[in-house]
Design a protein around this ligand. Structure first.
Ligand code: COA
Length: 338
């Protein structure tokens, strides 16, 4: 049975069942990734930025003879933001290739169409069945990034400590757990607005103005994702010359996500990229003692950043692709195939 599902009001058993399916998917498709935990999972699935909406559906197995509800074997949600619907579909490995994935995409696509959106985007992990699935449905590949993973157990910490101090005169670094301090929010947003040299996926919009930045930090906290920031401050002007952001999610706290890293144009060539990332890792080591890995996503053309990441010890892991499709065409195609 497939039905619309609201994670805010769902029973704890249902949330736990979604978690089981997610972990079965990870074990099948990304066995090196840490399994997720239930901690703040409901909030992760419910909370959105102001102005955004997320709509979810689940596919639930038949109830047992004792009337106990069946497990949730499929889950789809679509995040409506700007002019695009961002899709995520999960089908338990035990019930794949039965048409459930296609059915879930059609449900979400119909709603996105009814809501007046034009296109649907999806992140697809390289070397997993999702590639053939979305291509079979007519999605086109728009953009490819490389995910890299850093094993903190293999880091050369003395070398890293040296990198963290190898920064030009006239700059100093500041570690800001929780987010940038209020008096630096405006300068922080200016740095993000000037340079869009983003270090993460295109489907996650960056925050370019102070209010959007505050909203975005607030949303992260509500979703159980703890942000850490290292800033490079230009002492003469007080401007933010560089920044790097890492988030430690309650759902997989042993593996953190590296978000944006930005060095403002005028401040390039002073070792800021390397220094802020190295300082971040040193700080995380004491702030998050259970953290074992950090993952990051880079455009394959971003050679400078890939080089610094390799020096820090990041190893390329997978292709991470963005696919998109015109909603009307998708609905028409899937309806015609039924
Ligand atoms: C991608 C996914 C949703 C597909 O679900 P599914 O229920 O197996 O898909 P369907 O049965 O509806 O398949 C529809 C079509 O897609 C294509 N397809 C799906 N899986 C495929 C595979 N492994 N190889 C080749 N083609 C495939 C086929 O054309 C299939 O039609 P067919 O079975 O009639 O040939 C499922 O594999 C999944 O949940 N993957 C994880 C996705 C994800 O987001 N992961 C994130 C963490 S890794």
């Amino acid at each position: 049975m497939v039905r619309e599902w609201d994670p805010r009001t769902a029973s704890s058993d249902e949330v736990a069942s979604v978690l089981d399916t997610l972990n079965a998917v990870l074990a099948a498709d990304l066995p090196q990734d840490p399994p997720w935990r239930e901690s703040s999972l409901r909030e992760y699935l419910s909370e959105v930025m102001p102005g955004e909406r997320r709509i979810s559906w689940v596919a639930q197995g038949e109830p047992g003879p004792d009337g106990v509800p069946g497990p949730i074997l499929g889950h789809v949600h679509v995040l409506l933001l700007g002019d695009i619907g961002v899709l995520e579909v999960l089908v338990h490995p035990d019930v794949r290739r039965t048409g459930l994935g296609r059915e879930l995409v059609l449900l979400a696509a119909r709603r996105v169409y009814q809501e007046g959106f034009q296109s649907i985007g999806v992140e697809v992990v390289g070397d997993t069945p999702a590639v053939a699935f979305y291509e079979a449905l007519g999605f086109a590949r728009e953009y490819v990034e490389t995910r890299s993973v850093l094993d903190l157990g293999a880091v050369d910490w003395p070398a890293l400590a040296e990198m963290a101090t190898g920064i030009g005169a006239g700059y100093h670094l500041e570690f800001c757990p929780g987010g940038p301090p209020d008096d630096l929010i405006e300068a922080y947003a200016r740095a993000k607005a000037e340079v869009r040299d983003v270090d993460d996926g295109e489907l996650r919009p960056s925050s370019y103005d102070p209010q959007r930045l505050r909203d975005s930090l607030d949303t992260l906290h509500r979703r159980g994702m703890k942000p850490y920031i290292v800033l490079a401050l230009h002492e003469h002007s007080g401007e933010v010359a560089g920044l790097t952001e890492v988030v430690v999610p309650a759902q997989h706290p042993t593996r953190a996500d590296q978000y944006d890293t930005i060095v403002v144009q005028d401040h390039r060539g002073y070792g800021i990229d390397r220094a802020i990332k190295a300082r971040m890792l040193l700080e995380l080591r004491s702030a998050e003692p259970t953290l074992a890995e950090v993952q990051t996503w880079n455009a394959q053309a971003n050679e400078a950043m890939l080089k610094v990441n390799a020096e820090l010890g990041y190893r390329p892991d997978r292709e991470w692709c963005e696919y998109s499709v015109d909603v009307a065409e998708l609905v028409h195609r899937l309806d015609a195939a039924r």
